[in-house]
Design a protein around this ligand. Sequence first.
Ligand SMILES: Nc1ncnc2c1ncn2[C@@H]1O[C@H](COP(=O)(O)OP(=O)(O)O)[C@@H](O)[C@H]1O
Ligand SMILES: [Mg+2]
Length: 234
Amino acid sequence: MLEVRDVTAGYGKAQALWGLSLEVAEGEIVTIVGPNGAGKSTLVNVIGGLQAAWSGSIVLDDQELTGLATHRVCASGVAVVPEGRRVFPEMSVTDNLDMGAYHREARQYRDETYEYVCGIFPRLAERSEQLAGSLSGGEQQMLAIGRAMMSRPKLLLLDEPSLGLAPVIVETIFDIIRDINQTGTSILLVEQNVVEGLELASRGYVLEEGRIVREGAAADLLDDEELQASYFGM
Ligand SMILES: Nc1ncnc2c1ncn2[C@@H]1O[C@H](COP(=O)(O)OP(=O)(O)O)[C@@H](O)[C@H]1O
Ligand SMILES: [Mg+2]
């Protein structure tokens, strides 16, 4: 469903992605791992239309996303949960969720989608009138994911959703990601919890210095001794 071909991108003169290609098939969870500064967030932001690619192409179900503004990428069926969550702290949980449902089709189905999101995140439903800034870190992550789901995406991009969360909360978040996938949303996940992230996925990519250095079935990557030595001890 998603095809990224030969994408380059960067900041000013500093190149961060060097001709990157990857795919996500319909219904799949694909996990991207790699050290800090490898370009994982840049990749997520470029696919989500938050940042322009320098060259290359991004196609979702035969629809060219390259060069589209963020709201057009979102309307095409891609939603991003950015690194660091970035909920609106002074707004209520419900108002935060509604920020995710701004394009026409999403607005049309708003009530139905809201029910769906509250079903996945009962804790958000219980706290619907509370200000987002008063939620715990784990609840804010749930809210960021819920907000993304309000746009009814075909593909959900998650940038380090477990960052800074206690292990028991991380487990909950990963269970939720699995549930969302099982209701038909394809997922591209960036994770620093390499083992847990790959265990969730069917396939994975290893990104280093803006290049994909390994790709394959998640189970094969987990079994790989070289990768175990460089990453899984972290
Ligand atoms: N806003 C920015 N301005 C300049 N350079 C940046 C910016 N964001 C990231 N970079 C650089 O781009 C490279 C990739 O960063 P990033 O995509 O954030 O990596 P990761 O998410 O894998 O940690 C790094 O060298 C980083 O320093
Ligand atoms: Mg990052």
